[in-house]
Design a binder for this molecule. Structure first.
Ligand SMILES: [Zn+2]
Length: 261
């Protein structure tokens, strides 16, 4: 088999300079082995009609979603420590999502998982979708991801999950949003990063209020031990994506309806 191509650069996880290998986000074993299309952001802003979003073409990746972000050592170590347990979690989620058939009624399904390994893989994915500077800003998160036994996410970081009922995917490095609560007049500032790829959307929030859309806070996955198995009833809300804007989980009907009012 031909060796996969490599590029030189700084690893987003350990910061070392060297050969980078292609890191799938999410892991290849979690349904991420198909051709994906990332719409060109410039074309998105030029759209006159939001309903044209479905016709957008863009950059194609034949090998799944991801990029040259991790050194070979980080890629293989984290894949070995967390990859298969993450895939098991994604398979259970995909099965529940299929059974729900997009129904918005929230059901708590039982998950059998190693919670610490799942949340560490999710943390690694956030390093990949962010620039190499993300690790400089969050050294405690780097330690959490690179020390397989380390427990507890840093106190300023929370991770949320929702089911993603959509044929679209989306990833965004750290971004900010302001939301004005019309009744109280209070402005909420949120700083977060997002990874959406069926069956799940994740928000990593930094020193911020909970996401605008209802999501389940799974920060507590970080409190388990590396070999600690759990069965958890998880009431994960259903989300959808239509626009390319991070944090916007409105479905197509809601977006079109609100753009007309
Ligand atoms: Zn590395």
């Amino acid at each position: 088999m031909p060796k996969p191509p490599t590029r030189m650069g700084h690893c987003h996880l350990c910061g070392g300079f060297g050969k980078l290998s292609f890191e799938h986000v999410p892991p290849e074993s979690a349904f991420n082995n198909q051709k994906v299309v990332t719409p060109d952001a410039k074309k998105v802003f030029e759209l006159r009609d939001l309903d044209q979003l479905k016709n957008l073409t863009g950059k194609q990746s034949q090998r799944g979603q991801g990029g040259y972000t991790l050194c070979e050592r980080c890629n293989s170590l984290t894949g070995h420590w967390y990859g298969s347990n993450y895939a098991a979690w994604a398979y259970q989620g995909a099965d529940y999502l299929r059974r729900s058939n997009g129904c918005k009624t929230q059901l708590a399904y039982p998950y059998h998982l190693l919670p610490l390994r799942v949340i560490k893989q999710i943390a690694c994915m956030f390093f990949s979708v962010n620039s190499p500077q993300f690790r400089e800003a969050h050294p405690e998160l780097e330690r959490f991801a690179l020390n397989k036994e380390a427990k507890h996410l840093p106190p300023h970081i929370r991770i949320y999950v929702g089911y993603l009922w959509s044929d679209r995917s989306r990833a965004a490095g750290v971004t900010g949003s302001m939301q004005l609560d019309k009744t109280s007049g209070v402005t909420r500032m949120r700083v977060y990063s997002e990874i959406s790829f069926p069956p799940f959307s994740y928000i990593l929030s930094l020193n911020s209020a909970a996401p605008e859309h209802d999501m389940l806070d799974i920060t507590f996955f970080g409190n388990y031990g590396y070999d600690e198995f759990a069965t958890l009833q998880l009431p994960i809300p259903m989300l959808s994506i239509y626009t390319p804007f991070p944090g916007d989980f409105r479905d197509r009907e809601t977006v079109l309806q609100q753009s007309q009012s």
